[in-house]
Design a protein around this ligand. Sequence first.
Ligand SMILES: NC(=O)c1ccc[n+]([C@@H]2O[C@H](COP(=O)([O-])OP(=O)(O)OC[C@H]3O[C@@H](n4cnc5c(N)ncnc54)[C@H](OP(=O)(O)O)[C@@H]3O)[C@@H](O)[C@H]2O)c1
Length: 366
Amino acid sequence: MADHDHDHDQSQSQSHDPRRGGRKVRVAVVGASGYTGGEVIRLLLEHPGVELAFLSAERNAGATLGSVHPWLRNHPAAAGLKFRPLAELEEVDIAFGCLPTGALPEHLPLIAERARRVLNLGGDFRLRDQAEVEAYYPKTAKNPPIEDFAYYVPELSPSVPESRFISLPGCMAVTTIYALYPLFAASLIDPRVVVDAKTGSTGGGRGSGEPPAERSGNFRVHKLYGHRHAPEIGQAIAEFTGATMDLRFSTHSLDVARGIMVTAYTDLLPGVSPLDVKRAYAKAYVGKPFVRVRTAPKAPQDFPMLKAVVGSNVAEVAIAVRDGQCVAVAALDNLVKGAAGQAIQAMNLICGFDETAGLPTTAVSP
Ligand SMILES: NC(=O)c1ccc[n+]([C@@H]2O[C@H](COP(=O)([O-])OP(=O)(O)OC[C@H]3O[C@@H](n4cnc5c(N)ncnc54)[C@H](OP(=O)(O)O)[C@@H]3O)[C@@H](O)[C@H]2O)c1
């Protein structure tokens, strides 16, 4: 990669600026035949500044885009697109990593050689504490990253990372982070927090073996303890607010294809008023186009709900305060704001596009 080698002599910010001379940003989607990969493609097909240069698949290598993701087959640009083995990866400006957790480390040297920047949607390199990596990502622990990954939440990270390697947050983790961040940032709550998260079936990826007939009409536990997003939430809250939390985090499986809803139960510190809480949420998300605080909700449909966010890159957040307690709720589409849309938002900021380019704010309903 001649141009890339030359770039190592330049400053970090210049060397990895993927947008060159106003030309389109060349993008690879690695793991493009899966659910998040398909969603990255769906959104990027409508993005004005991007060329879909390479789509990788493993079992689906050789297949056409329209045969694997029939919902994309009518886009005029879909006709010529095919999945190829990852070994054939071309030189690109940005690679979106959409591989199952545990699969990226072995492919990273190749991807790092051929992509200027890597935006990873998978969980492999989010956690910094080695003991936590070993406990929650044992496969990853055997393959330490060849370079450090920056953990990036566009609304909360202090700046756009300079690093070539960026980890986007986990879907249930970031829903919880959006719900809780203002309370910790303004030091309004006790560290002990109980979070109840519910997620749709696409959260498990396309390879999830659960028969639809068994998910249909059911509502069940996913994990009561030990979900790998729990340490990520603690790490992110500490990084963005300096607070240490004592988190109880349980997850449940919903009978919907898309969507996550999180309910977080917290105790306010003595003397904290409902107005303090309201102001903290307003301050945290002012000027953030994709985190919308529902102010003064009264009727059930005023609160965050899946039908207001699914299909969009919006996370909705709301709070209810009573008797020294605050219940915070947040909802988002796991495949958009929880994955593909979040990564494209990051790409927009890295490449100097408008933050909102190619990203929907309206939901698909009924
Ligand atoms: N699903 C969500 O809501 C969500 C949200 C946020 C983050 N994430 C993270 O995003 C990542 C992808 O999730 P997903 O739901 O899109 O998974 P998925 O539907 O299972 O798709 C995985 C993709 O990776 C390819 N692949 C599988 N094993 C491979 C290997 N060893 N080498 C090369 N390619 C391989 C698959 O190709 P073939 O199918 O052609 O074999 C497919 O394209 C995961 O790390 C997940 O944790 C998921």
